[in-house]
Design a protein around this ligand. Sequence first.
Ligand code: FE2
Length: 135
Amino acid sequence: METGFSAIDGPNRVVAEYLAELERASLFDERDSTLEILDRLVAHLETQFPQEEAVMREHSYLLLEQHIRSHNSFLRQLKRYQERHQLGENVSRRITYDLKIWLTNHIKLQDGNFSEMVGAKKKRKSGGWWRRLFG
Ligand SMILES: [Fe+2]
């Protein structure tokens, strides 16, 4: 699930670590830990998403606006979970599930689309078979 961009892959690996922490907290029903992990995850994503979007903007990514909407929507969802958890509801399993879906869908497919687009651009710039044959 790597895009080849360290500014995207590094922070995404951190999200995967948060998932492992949340799974552990959820398994042992550690409510305080869940909230603390969730707080750190939200803070991380509030930094990660704008950085990722800046990289995509640099490469004139065509689906940038759609990607930003997806980031914002996920952050809103996590913040709603923070509120519900603070109000006493146990949402740790739900958060863990959503984060797993996010990791497999968003990072693999949407971040992956960006990586493929940049890869295709680089290939076009290098000229393809015509340039290789006739220089
Ligand atoms: Fe993304």
